[in-house]
Design a protein around this ligand. Structure first.
Ligand code: AHR
Length: 520
């Protein structure tokens, strides 16, 4: 069959095709308003926290190679390359020893002479036997070295109130007591003054399969005996929080735990599309990517919904929402131990990190702490190691670029995002957060998750600025990543596509990019 078209309809079809095709590739203009406000919250630097569990090669082989290692340069067994990288990242707090592992961990087995320490079978993660050579002193000294505040997760699932109370006394008490004396015998005179304490982990699951009502009572009991042994700073107790959308968990805890016993309540949300088939970290389609971004963006709704419940019981926002596990979780790398949760980290993960951190920044009034899962070799890691080799992932670079927001005053932003449409998903393509630091510099972080369209952003700044500079992280393909052969394929580059005109800033945001701008 042949189709005859008149000249007019031919021109119409060509024009329609041209418009459609060019809309796929060319910029759409997005008007964004920055609304500086006296009452806006400070972005707590602890939003940029990390998480280190005894899981796979996060601790053993990742952080710690042991005092006897000759292959990898180290300081008291902790890798020097990792120390340098985490100092550069300015990690504000580090959560340890789990995760699920925390509710099996008996801290007393990890102090004292290393050769006398009993072993522990890591029942959650690969069933491997650990020798407890990385324990409380090793972790807290490491935190001191990198300048991070430690966040210890207590064992509620299989421990006792006495065991946790003793841990607090061991690490925090400066006076004379059985626990502080034992600490001194083990080589540490001064207490570490640990402020952040998790009262169990995922109590609804691996932490004991408790009901929220039962856990709320357990929490009250444990929290009572976690005395403030350190006089200088008040202890900050974080209740084991909800799994993603389990709003009832938050409701029951907020209702049943007196506010004066509670400083933080946790929330865990992983960017997983299908828990029984999570998909490859390296080999994925654009449809998979869109689905990943959908579950990543869900963080916005979760924070809103959990915050709404918290607001009901705590309108003054005394209790922090602590998202102490977040990140992308894919299938383990082929050939790796499935219990070790090892995955690669691509440009897609940079998008996950950028978008999520923007959400946290924009909810800084309630989200005052968060921990990316996990620091080294596990899930959405910022560092990968292979024996003596180490590399920084795209996620590391995004977190490092966002350092500028730490402890800065949030600048609320208002805009309507263009859509990234793929298969069943219609998502906001552009994500933005902004802040002003103590020196009066404004920082704006922009993520364009659309893998094929650039967007032209027109930002109304609210006040005139004289200079703009910036950095960008992007790459040709979503699957691009850093490998031990090519460890710097993705790294931040200087960004020149931001033009300032008094109060107006125009930015060309390329497809799949994370940009951080500085204005002064
Ligand atoms: O981060 C891996 C695991 O995910 C943690 O151990 C647990 O808390 C969560 O289910």
């Amino acid at each position: 069959m042949s189709i005859f078209l008149t000249g007019k309809s031919q021109r119409l079809i060509i024009a329609t095709f041209f418009l459609f095709y060019s809309s796929l590739l060319t910029a759409q203009t997005v008007a964004i308003q920055l609304k500086p406000s006296e009452t806006a919250p400070i972005i707590d630097k602890n939003i940029y926290g990390h998480f280190a569990e005894h899981l796979g090669t996060c601790i053993y082989g990742g952080f710690y190679v042991g005092e006897k290692s000759t292959l990898v340069p180290h300081t008291e067994g902790v890798r020097n390359d990792v120390i340098a990288a985490l100092k550069k990242l300015k990690v504000p707090n580090l959560r340890w020893p789990g995760g699920c592992f925390a509710d099996t961990y008996h801290w007393k087995d990890g102090v004292g002479p290393k050769e006398k320490r009993p072993t522990i079978v890591n029942q959650w993660w690969g069933g491997v036997t650990e020798d407890n050579s990385f324990g409380t002193h090793d972790f807290l000294n490491l935190c001191e070295t990198i300048g991070a505040e430690p966040y210890l997760a207590g064992n509620i699932g299989s421990g006792t109130v006495q065991e946790l109370a003793d841990w607090v006394q061991y690490v925090n008490f400066g006076g004379v007591s059985p626990m502080s004396n034992w600490r001194k015998e083990n080589g540490r005179e001064k207490p570490w003054s640990v402020r952040y304490w998790g009262v169990g982990n995922e109590a609804w699951g691996c932490g004991g399969n408790m009901t929220p009502e039962y856990y709320a009572n357990e929490y009250r009991k444990y929290a009572t005996f976690m005395a403030d042994w350190n006089n200088s700073s008040k202890i900050f107790r974080i209740a084991s929080g909800a799994n993603s959308g389990d709003l009832n968990w938050t409701e029951v805890l907020m209702k049943n735990i007196p506010l004066q016993m509670l400083e933080g309540i946790a929330l865990h949300h992983y960017a997983v599309v299908n828990w029984s088939k999570k998909g490859s970290s390296l080999d994925f389609t654009e449809d998979d990517y869109a689905a990943n971004m959908r579950v990543t963006l869900k963080m916005e709704e979760l924070i809103r919904e959990h915050s709404k419940i918290m607001d009901k019981y705590d309108p003054n926002k005394k209790v922090a929402l602590v998202v102490d596990e977040w990140g992308a979780w894919y299938d383990p790398l082929p050939g790796s131990n499935p219990g070790f949760l090892q995955q690669q980290n691509t440009l897609r993960d940079a998008m996950v990190a950028g978008v999520t951190l923007n959400i946290f920044n924009n909810h800084a009034d309630r989200v005052r702490m968060a921990n990316l899962a996990q620091t080294i070799n596990v899930l959405q890691a910022v560092i990968l190691t292979d024996k003596e080799k180490m590399l920084l992932t795209p996620t590391f670079h995004v977190m490092e670029m966002y350092n500028v927001h730490k402890d800065a005053k949030l600048i609320p932003v208002q805009f309507s995002s263009p859509k990234f449409i793929k298969g069943k998903d219609t998502l906001d393509a552009v994500s933005v957060s902004a802040s002003m630091d103590k020196n009066g510099k404004t920082h704006i972080s922009i993520v364009n998750i659309d893998p094929s369209k650039k967007h032209l952003l027109q930002l109304e700044l609210g006040s005139g600025k004289k200079m703009v500079s910036g950095r960008i992280l992007t790459s040709a393909k979503l699957q691009d990543h850093n490998s031990f052969d090519q460890p710097e394929k993705l790294k931040p580059q200087s960004f020149k596509e931001a033009k300032l005109n008094g109060n107006q800033l125009s930015v060309q945001a390329p497809p799949a990019s994370v940009i951080v701008l500085e204005l002064q």
